[in-house]
Design a protein around this ligand. Structure first.
Ligand SMILES: Nc1ncnc2c1ncn2[C@@H]1O[C@H](COP(=O)(O)OP(=O)(O)OP(=O)(O)O)[C@@H](O)[C@H]1O
Ligand SMILES: [Mg+2]
Length: 255
């Protein structure tokens, strides 16, 4: 493991993902859209990495490429090992005809895990995301916040190495969003996976991340990456937090 010698016990600097010159061109009838233009970055194992940028800069496209849902036009993605990837979507993406329990169990069933083990894993997750008593409900009976709790639990059921989240809280009211941000941090600290989060909210990025990559408007590029070393839990009313917000605001909207 290539760790900085001094912080050897605290900080893993082992790369889990390196993206080099990722380019994505969508060929439409009359024109080509360059969604991503030579995007490069590296992500460390266990890191909370956030991509922030304006609407249309290619954030979702980049996440879909990392998740294998889409293929880049050119450039390379190198994973350190064979990784399992979990996905959390903005609009939950739950199966409407399955119960909370069955939604969370879905990936495990696909992997052919035995019934008893599935029950154990799913029961534990239901406790962690605080949905005890809702196991047999269907998505239409749940609030938005509860649906996203199911979405998060479902993505974690397969014990992913990397969790990809595409604006996971932006369909929720701010109070619910804040509760779920705290839940995500608790799960990440306990389970120690790598997170790649997409957001357009500066405060959300500052509150959650170890490192924030700022993307520019179309065609998307990673312009700057900044480190967020503020102690956790973060205090969004601290002087340091305001100064981080200012820095990000400047980077996203240069005058
Ligand atoms: N399947 C597709 N076919 C054609 N163009 C696409 C496709 N998917 C995305 N694009 C285009 O690529 C660009 C980037 O889109 P993308 O959805 O990745 O942006 P985004 O940063 O996630 O935006 P938002 O913040 O609004 O979610 C846009 O110009 C979009 O129109
Ligand atoms: Mg998007």
């Amino acid at each position: 493991m290539a760790s900085s010698s001094y912080h050897e016990y605290e900080i893993s600097t082992r790369m889990i993902l390196t993206a080099e010159k990722i380019k994505k061109v969508f060929a439409l009838d009359k024109q080509n859209i360059i969604a991503l233009d030579d995007v490069s970055f590296q992500i460390n194992e266990g890191e909370f990495f956030t991509l922030i940028g304006p609407s249309g800069c290619g954030k979702s496209t980049l996440l879909r490429i990392i998740g294998g849902l889409e293929k880049q036009t050119s450039g390379t993605l190198n994973f350190d090992k064979v990784v399992k990837i979990g996905f959390v979507f903005q609009h939950y993406g739950l199966f409407p005809f399955l119960s909370v329990f069955e939604n969370i169990a879905f990936g495990l069933k696909m992997e052919g895990i035995e019934e008893k083990k599935i029950r154990q894993i799913v029961d534990e997750l239901i406790e962690e995301v605080e949905l005890v008593g809702f196991e047999d409900k269907h998505p239409k009976e749940l609030s938005g916040g509860m649906k996203q709790r199911v979405g998060i639990a479902r993505s974690l059921a397969i014990s992913p190495d990397i969790l990809l989240l595409d604006e996971p809280f932006s369909a929720l009211d701010e109070f619910t969003a804040e509760t779920l941000r705290k839940l995500l941090i608790r799960l990440w600290q306990k389970r120690k996976f790598t997170i790649i989060l997409i957001t357009h909210l500066i405060k959300e990025a500052g509150e959650l991340s170890d490192r924030i990559a700022v993307m520019t408007a179309a065609p998307g590029k990673v312009e700057t990456t900044i480190e967020d070393h503020l102690p956790r839990p973060r205090n969004p009313r601290s002087k340091e937090f305001y100064s981080l917000e200012d820095k990000l605001t400047q980077l996203i909207k240069p005058e």
